[in-house]
Write a protein that binds this ligand. Structure first.
Ligand code: ATP
Ligand code: MG
Length: 710
């Protein structure tokens, strides 16, 4: 294990018990170092994996951590989000702390109650307004601010409040009253309950701290004061804590997260082992170069600690910047490229399309469906809200009565799903039927993964008892995931927001909708908010191992209002290297030209002469007929030789390629190929059509013909 690490990573892995802080850029192996540290300590017997609590911020990142730990041969570590860890703790202790009263229901969204609360204080709100108010309340609660403190705190934090601060405070207070009156709690209440359970109940504290002795927080730059307080409660003054983060990837400050805990960690923990990493193992130097270029423009507190990444991988393709006339065109080009990547052997699960807001997902779902590319939308509602999944969960509950407990879990799940008409043979034809089949297949896959790495072992003593997981365990797990919106991975292209992509990586990444107003969003008003948007782009870029595509559409819908490219994009040349584009005049010409020719594969506008001739982007997959190309090439060689002219005078390489790709069968098709005008048509038209039709070079090339013509 140590052999797969660089010296700095190794020093983090082998650091003695106590505070450790890894401050490093994207893709430098922070997560690898931290999972290796856990594994190393567990495998050398220094600690027991059962006593480790590893927290991160998204369910997918937690799953990624578990997968990496499993790969390192370590089982039993709790790797969870703060929410999941807190929820589990609260559920476990609720009977004791509530003296038999039922645990309050957990609100999965604040919006409905906020709407009621706003109405109570005389504010009429639509859904968007209610969401803004909910966001404000969430910020306050995550920042440990009570309704009575809100006005002052919001002013101090320069919040751009959706209403007068005093009015927001009123809504906040009404919201809290309504919740209490209705016996419901929100996510922040749940975290507070976890803190309260420990801080106010010595027996709870003792049990929790007995269970969890070694703590790891990944993505620590995004911890908020409430989560930090929970972490402190868990620790109870102990210091076996490893934190890992990158201030340049702070992207949740609008919800109250702050990188200050990360940045101050070495000062707060005297004697901490501090490790800095700059070698980027994830991405090609091309991707790393673009990431460095974007973050080098960053300003503000988070930018002070930034490090320039040094790419370690062999070179790869240049990132591509694509401009489209409208969003549907952008989406179908992305889908076409995904299709081409998949056809070319890239697994769909190694591709991601990332956007700023979830609403952008729709267009890509549609385009991918049309291109018959499987996809998964990250962010969950979709999966567990699906009718077939809900029905399947009911069926699986019922199946616990008939299926013997010792049946291996995947078998039990497959049997249980027969009740909803699912069978493990091939997926049926037809879009909706296939989607349904795939959703249920995902449940079986989930069961397989879950049987391999169960994570429902109850807190406390029972955790030590190893037993195979049963269908009931799995049903509980499904319910838990449904509550937490955790999507199982199926083999599909990931559609995800930039926020939820943190910590993850894919071979190919599409960053779409990079227009002003979307990234940065129009809602980013203060310089700090704009900087956070820049960091979002940085996070997006650094997700790519090899292929990176950045695109935007000049209008939302065909013929719509014009938009400008995101200010964060360095001016890219046509092929996308982070170079300065030409003068203003040159760029205007390019823009004028963009009206004319677009790539027949992906639909992107083609700016360079050679690409326009080719009729596709140089990087778009070629459907060239190699054998035909060879014949055309040989024919051109002979013609040029006979005429004593350079080959390109006959036809350029781009024209030959276009001929071999498009294989024109008629004169009209031939003349449509750039580089073939009336003169060339007259000279070579017939011959070229004969070659395309399969003629051999010798047949069309009696040398004298050309001698006469020349
Ligand atoms: P992020 O900031 O995006 O969370 P990270 O710093 O956590 O990134 P990792 O995800 O741990 O980075 O690592 C990035 C990639 O580089 C992973 O595929 C990992 O396996 C690989 N990697 C990390 N360290 C090394 C190493 N020493 N040698 C080879 N590959 C490495
Ligand atoms: Mg990471």
């Amino acid at each position: 294990m140590l052999a797969g690490l660089d010296p700095e990573q190794r020093s983090a892995v082998t650091a003695p018990a106590g505070p450790v802080c890894i401050l490093a850029g994207a893709g430098t192996g922070k997560t690898r170092a931290v999972t290796s540290r856990i594994a190393h300590r567990a495998l050398t017997g220094e600690i027991s994996a059962r006593h480790v609590l590893a927290v991160t911020f998204t369910a997918r990142a937690a799953a990624e951590m578990r997968a990496r730990l499993t790969a390192l041969g370590v089982a039993g570590v709790q790797a969870r989000t703060f929410h999941a860890a807190a929820l589990r703790q609260v559920r476990y202790f609720a009977p004791r702390l509530l003296a038999g009263r039922a645990m309050p229901e957990l609100l999965d969204s604040k919006v409905r109650v906020v709407t009621l609360a706003a109405a109570k204080v005389g504010l009429r709100t639509d859904r968007a307004a209610a969401r803004d108010l909910a966001g404000e309340i969430e910020w306050a609660k995550s920042s440990l601010i009570e309704p009575g403190e809100y006005v002052v705190a919001a002013a101090k934090a320069l919040r751009d409040t959706p209403h007068e601060p005093a009015k927001v405070a009123e809504v906040f207070a009404a919201y809290e009253r309504l919740k209490r009156g209705n016996g419901v709690i929100d996510f922040e209440d749940m975290l507070r309950a976890a803190v309260w359970g420990i801080e106010e109940h010595p027996d709870v504290a003792e049990q929790v701290r007995g269970q969890y002795r070694h703590f790891v927080v990944d993505e620590y730059q995004d911890v908020n004061p409430l989560q930090q307080r929970l972490l402190a409660a868990w620790l109870g003054g102990r210091d076996d804590l490893t934190v890992v983060g990158d201030a340049s990837q702070t992207i949740y400050s609008f919800t109250g997260a702050t990188s200050s805990y990360l940045v101050d960690f070495p000062r707060q923990h005297r004697g901490a082992t501090v490790v800095r990493l700059v070698r980027d193992y994830r991405s090609t130097p091309q991707v790393v170069g673009l990431a460095n270029a974007v973050i080098s423009q960053a300003r503000g507190a988070e930018a002070r600690l930034r490090l320039e990444l040094v790419g370690q991988r062999p070179p790869g393709p240049e990132p591509e910047l694509r401009i489209f006339t409208d969003e549907p065109a952008e989406a179908s080009a992305v889908a076409a490229r995904c299709r081409a990547l998949v056809d070319g052997g890239t697994p769909a699960r190694e591709i991601a399309v990332l956007f700023r807001t979830n609403a952008q997902s729709e267009a890509y779902e549609k385009a991918l469906t049309e291109a018959e590319v499987p996809y998964v939308v990250q962010g969950a509602e979709r999966f567990f809200e699906r009718t077939e999944v809900r029905q399947a969960m009911v069926a699986l509950r019922a199946a616990t009565r008939s299926i013997p407990g010792e049946t291996p879990l995947p078998v039990a799940v497959t049997e249980g799903l027969a009740a909803v008409g699912w069978a493990p043979d091939a997926a049926p034809a037809g879009g909706a039927a296939r989607e349904r089949w795939e959703a249920l297949a995902a449940l079986v896959q989930l069961a397989e993964e879950y049987a391999a790495t169960p994570e429902v072992l109850p807190v406390g003593e029972a955790a030590a008892v190893e037993r195979p997981v049963t269908l009931s365990d799995f049903n509980d797990e499904l319910a838990r995931r449904a509550a937490q919106q955790h999507v199982p991975t199926v083999d599909g292209v990931t559609l995800a927001s930039l926020h939820s992509a943190k910590g993850l990586e894919w071979d190919a990444v599409f960053l779409v909708g990079l227009a002003e107003g979307t990234l940065p969003t129009t809602y980013a008003k203060t310089p700090e908010q704009v900087e956070e948007e820049r960091r979002l782009l940085y996070v997006g870029i650094t997700r790519a191992r090899e292929w990176l595509w950045l695109s935007y559409a000049t209008a939302r819908s065909p013929g719509g209002r014009a938009r400008r490219p995101s200010r964060f994009l360095p001016q890219l040349d046509r092929s996308g290297g982070a170079e300065r584009a030409g003068t203003g005049a040159a760029r205007r010409t390019e823009r004028r030209r963009t009206q004319v020719v677009s790539c027949r594969i992906c639909g992107a506008t083609l700016l360079a002469g050679a690409d326009r001739k080719l009729g596709r982007c140089p990087t778009c997959p070629s459907d060239i007929d190699e054998e035909l190309y060879q014949r055309l090439h040989e024919w051109r060689r002979r013609v040029a030789g006979a005429q004593k002219v350079p080959a390109y005078v006959v036809f350029t390489d781009a024209t030959l390629t276009a001929l071999a790709e498009r294989q024109p069968g008629r004169v009209e098709e031939l003349i449509a190929i750039a580089g073939i005008g009336p003169r060339k048509l007259g000279l070579y038209g017939e011959t070229v059509l004969a070659l395309v039709g399969g003629a051999a070079v010798d047949d069309v090339c009696p040398e004298k013909t050309f001698k006469i013509e020349s």
